[in-house]
Design a protein around this ligand. Structure first.
Ligand code: TYC
Length: 102
């Protein structure tokens, strides 16, 4: 980046450090009670998945215990986790959603 003269008459050049943001995976966890259709709905509604991919992710979680919904910057990931946890609680399902640094 550039620093320009702001009054001294001496122009300077400033090196601007750019850095990519850390990325976070949002994961959903399996449980014995949340209906499969509800999980598919969550993946469609909050993670913009189509029916086919949402179903694949849900079945992966059902069989393996955990699965990735998406990868986001910290604030976006945190918002997704809160939205999913609130939605599951409102519908009285025990679905758990967490984030982890990549
Ligand atoms: N195991 C649940 C069932 O049999 C389905 C399920 C899938 C629940 C994925 C949570 O993240 C989950 N109804």
């Amino acid at each position: 980046g550039n620093g320009s003269d702001s009054g001294t008459g001496i122009a300077s050049k400033v090196l601007t450090k750019t850095k990519r943001p850390s990325m976070y995976r949002v994961l959903i966890l399996n449980d014995d009670y949340t209906p499969m259709e509800f999980v598919v709905h969550i993946l469609e509604r909050f993670f913009n998945k189509g029916r086919e991919e949402a179903t694949q992710i849900m079945l992966h979680v059902h069989h393996h215990g955990v699965g990735e919904c998406g990868v986001y910057t910290y604030e976006v990931a945190e918002t997704k986790v809160t939205q999913v946890m609130d939605f599951a609680r409102r519908h009285q399902h025990p679905l758990q959603c967490v984030m982890e640094k990549k």
